[in-house]
Design a protein around this ligand. Sequence first.
Ligand code: BGC
Length: 756
Amino acid sequence: MRKDIEKLISEMTLEEKAGLCSGIDSWHTMPVNRLQIPSIMMTDGPHGVRKERDDTEKGLLSTPSYPATCFPTASALACSWDTELMRKLGETLGDECLASGVSILLGPGVNIKRSPLCGRNFEYYSEDPFLAGKLAAGLINGVQSKGVGTSLKHFAANNQETQRLTTDTIVDERTLREIYLTNFEIPVKEARPWTVMCAYNKLNGEYCSENKRLLTDILRGEWGFDGFVMSDWGAVNERDDGVLAGLDLEMPSGGEDSLNKIVAAVKSGKLPESTLDAAVGHILEKVFEGTENIRKNAAYDKQEHHELARSIAGECMVLLKNDGVLPLERKGTLAVIGAFAEKPRFQGGGSSHITPTVLSIPLDEIKKSAGGGVTVTYCEGYRLDEEQADDFGTGFESLSDIPDEKLIAEAAEAAAKADKTVVFLGLPDIFESEGYDRTHMRLPLGQLELLDAVAKKSKNIVVVLMNGSPVEMPWLESVNGVLEAYLGGQAVGGAVADILFGDVNPSGKLAETFPMKISDNPSYLYFPGMRNKAEYREGIFIGYRYYEKKQIAPLFPFGFGLSYTTFAYTGIETDCNEIDDDGAVTVKVTVKNTGRVAGKETVQVYVRDVLSTVPRPEKELKGFTKVSLEPGEEKTVSFALGKRAFAFWDEETNDWQVEAGEFEILAGGSSAETPLRKTVIVNSSYVKKVHFTRNSTIGDVLADTVGYGILAEIAGEELIKSLPPFVLQLPLRSIHMHMPEMNDEAIAGLTDVLNS
Ligand code: BGC
């Protein structure tokens, strides 16, 4: 801790210290005027700066926010698979924070997409913790390079909105470490966020806001976090227990009750004052850093940021299907159908909802981009709700769920007359939002009926989707192209037009699996849980880890995305064939643009443990990089794979361990297509510790080298080698049936030798 901060704390009264551990309102830390301790401001986040007009207002989302650039939301951003792009975005958000006097941006949200139904998936990156963690690290590094802090949220295992403030996430330690903590661990270690926001839910019986193991032992102790932990808004249960556990700041203001609880806990000896001092110190470090970094006349160029939002959106959209209908030619007739073409859905509802500086309308941008050579007609096709959810969703029925026969007939007629048809579909605001989960994966009924009617009249249909999370596509065969635009931010219109006309070659790849139907998803049987418990019974097998293992074909696999060009994976090499688990292997992958236009390809590297004593996924993502290639160009990219690329979380040693043996390194353009493979041997000193008892089986003993030697001596090696499977399963205590001399005493002697 800085010396001047230590001194300040020594001058503070107990009440001042307790007061500083809570916000003064919804968005500011508590100042202490007597000691010239300033207050800093924080705002949501994560894909734009949501600074409310009355920023001292106590209620949540109570006043409209000042305009700020609305970038694509996280589920879109993740499809860029581009950490540099995330950094650039972070720098830009940092500039906008400085221009608004904001010291901490409340994001990124890295929670794992356990189920496509989570209402807040649009705000999260991926089903894969490595991808989510790396992208978050990129964004944090960018924002913080400007002297503005971030808040990595929501820590941890907060993967649904149903009963989000009270539900208890029940998850085993291995799954927690491999899936639901790795996404936090990577950015904490690689980007050192100023703050971490604890989640609303309980984790294995204890609120995250008072979970010492999570907030102190793991976050600070194991990962070296040195910022402050703040609560999600209203996540505090018992404030004194929170401080004890490592929750430094309560947001928003906890009022007199919180202050009194902390003071009483210190006075009664329940809460050591040194623990309170540490919390105050963590907060003050960042309060002073934030204050020093505020620049009075900071400003940014709105147009420049809008252009950036457009190019970022172009890097994120995923071309899911194209039978040759795209890119569109700049001639003939084009029917543009669907109300989203005029009123795009470009962000999600809830705390991340911001007021854009400007909004680019897809229909206008298509007309502009098409130029004079194309005759464009437009039909609404379905109705959108008057009331858009700019707040937490309201749960009312959506108008677009009710087919409008007149609008549908008009659209079908327009499609029949046009050479090509672009249909804008997607999820209306009330279908997905912070605050509640979806109950199904279908598009609104009015849109489905519209598409059905249009598909009967046109043989050249492109669907553009605007949604924050996967939808089912029983209609896929009836269309010629599908562009997944996700929630593309305020420049969505321009970005869609860029891709439709081929000015931008699509390069997004899915950061989540699109299942055929929701019941294929591994969490389906347990989501969102009952009686205030969400049991993660599917364990580590979520997303592609599950679909690959079960050989369930998804609609679109993790990592998938098409381009207007083609790529060939032409070579894989490693710098050695064998490593120790504390070493690293360098993998080189060569990829070639085999098509006729320039394009970008995301090279993905997965690792598979060939043989293991614990269940492991068929493959796990351990490296990725986006490469830009001219037609005919070939590039080689390299990846370093260290221990963590091969390790699993071992619950017995409570640590990451590698089981020695063969590992396959797989490379390709999606989780389902990894044409390149190379085997490496990893040596490891880790051996699964077995404690032998009279209930250990003969098979267990024979698997141990010493045990094998002893039994071979007693029974003869020939006999041992020919033992049938049922004998291998006999516990030692039953051998006496076949070998009377193996009585209890002899068995005890044997297990003693083996255990020593
Ligand atoms: C959300 C957080 C957000 C906070 C402040 C909460 O409801 O869960 O993500 O940062 O509100 O708006």
